[in-house]
Design a binder for this molecule. Structure first.
Ligand SMILES: Cc1ncc(COP(=O)(O)O)c(C=O)c1O
Length: 420
């Protein structure tokens, strides 16, 4: 029996809810988390970059011939970028602003995968030394006329993923015929197309769909090489690796076992790269909120929290992702009387009635000031939060091994002025 199988079996034996409960409970009991909550109050996001490191190592072990480029958009925090840079991970940026966060990192480790870019942004990235870009139309292709000879383009393909939480094929990407046309157009303009990229859709728990997209792309590459006399050297399989938010998903190792036989025979000939975001960042951050209001309404008990859909829970709305929500009392074992639990609606702090985080959550009786904890809040949370109603951004306190004291008192940019 392999180590992976043993670990998988052990994990399968406990439900995701129990695993998340135990992790959140251990975190809340730690001195460092207590200090971060005491210093910052709530809401606060507790970030453990070691979890990012651990996920990266799992990915790299499961698909050793794939070069990973972390999708910075998922969580653009310095501690995350530093941990991944130390691990040897590459980076995937979508904007010049994300690229600027990577100052000091070898630009050869960075790819720019947004299919639409301002010409000035392309010039800035080229000047910084980035050479790999993604395009999916002729207008974008033409922006690379006159680029340095070692600039390399990947053509983004679209694979429909109706079962993904976020089907990324509706806005970007082309089918095989348009792709062939783009390769021809690039060849005629002397622009190098190095290969293809795609994104199977974020949070897609369908290994066979992922494998099929890879196989279709490889077949297209073979066909175009044979018919157009071109040569490709890169296959970018994108992101989309799923995260177990409130229920189990295919473990990384099992997903990799499905992808490996499709990819590995091509690893000598092609650079195989990927752009994971969510799977690296999600489990690294935990949100701590508190109850600011309690109301008995026609449909039962409502608790109003100090973070919501316009803040750290934005992914609930944008991608239908539902992180678990535990009360501190459950996590610390003070919820002895399970009979006293009741179904409740959890709402965010803004005046908008859309701002409802979750309905029918079974919770102990809560009062103003009681803490609630959501694990797996690292991806597409802080980065997509808004300042609606004038609310500040939820600060991020680093609580992992090696955290510096200053990082515990996490001052969100908009709050800095108020504190100084
Ligand atoms: C081009 C691109 N690459 C990578 C990612 C990261 O995807 P995920 O977080 O699902 O791994 C995204 C997410 O939107 C994306 O648009």
């Amino acid at each position: 029996m392999t180590t992976h199988t043993t670990r998988r079996d052990a994990r399968a034996a406990r439900s995701i809810r129990q695993i998340r409960h135990d992790e959140a409970s251990a975190l809340l009991a730690s001195d460092i988390a207590k200090a971060a909550i005491a210093l910052n109050g709530t809401p606060v996001l507790l970030l453990d970059p070691e979890r990012v490191r651990g996920q990266y190592r799992r990915l790299a072990a499961a698909l050793p011939f794939v070069r990973f480029h972390y999708a910075v958009k998922a969580l653009a925090h310095r501690a995350v970028l530093t941990a991944l840079a130390e691990e040897g991970c590459g980076f995937d940026v979508a904007t010049g602003e994300e690229l600027a966060l990577l100052e000091g990192i070898d630009p050869g480790r960075v790819i720019h995968t947004h299919p639409i870019k301002k010409p000035a942004e392309i010039a800035q990235a080229l000047a910084a030394g980035v050479r790999t870009f993604v395009v999916d139309n002729v207008v974008e292709l033409e922006k690379f006329a006159g680029a340095p000879a070692d600039a390399r383009l990947l053509i983004r393909l679209a694979y429909r993923s109706p079962h993904a939480k976020s089907d990324l094929s509706t806005k970007f990407g082309v089918g095989p015929y348009e792709a062939a046309h783009l390769v021809e157009q690039a060849r005629d303009r002397g622009i190098r197309v190095a290969g293809f990229s795609f994104h199977v859709g974020s949070q897609l728990d369908d290994p066979q769909r992922f494998a099929a997209a890879i196989a279709e792309t490889l077949a297209l590459m073979d066909h175009l090489e044979a018919t157009l006399g071109v040569r490709f050297d890169t296959l970018d399989i994108g992101g989309g690796f799923p995260v177990a938010y409130d229920s189990a998903v295919t473990p990384l190792e099992d997903l990799a076992a499905v992808l490996r036989p499709v990819l590995e025979p091509h690893a000598d000939r092609l650079a195989i790269i990927a752009e994971p975001g969510r799977v690296l960042a999600a489990e690294a951050m935990t949100l701590v909120t508190s109850v600011v209001g309690v109301s008995e309404r026609g449909d039962g008990r409502w608790y109003y929290l100090d973070d919501g859909l316009y803040g750290s829970y934005s992914n609930v709305l944008a991608e239908d992702v539902h992180p678990l929500i535990f009360s501190e009392r459950e996590l610390t074992g003070r919820d002895a009387d399970a009979e006293a639990r009741r179904w409740a609606t959890l709402a965010g702090p803004t005046c908008d009635s859309t701002d409802v985080i979750a309905r029918e959550v079974l919770l102990p009786e809560l009062a103003v000031g009681d803490l609630l904890v959501s694990p797996a809040m690292g991806a597409y949370t802080a980065v997509t939060a808004t300042r609606f109603n004038g609310r500040g951004l939820t600060p991020i306190a680093v609580v992992g091994r090696g955290a510096r004291t200053g990082e515990l008192l996490a001052v969100a940019p908009d709050r800095a002025a108020a504190i100084v």
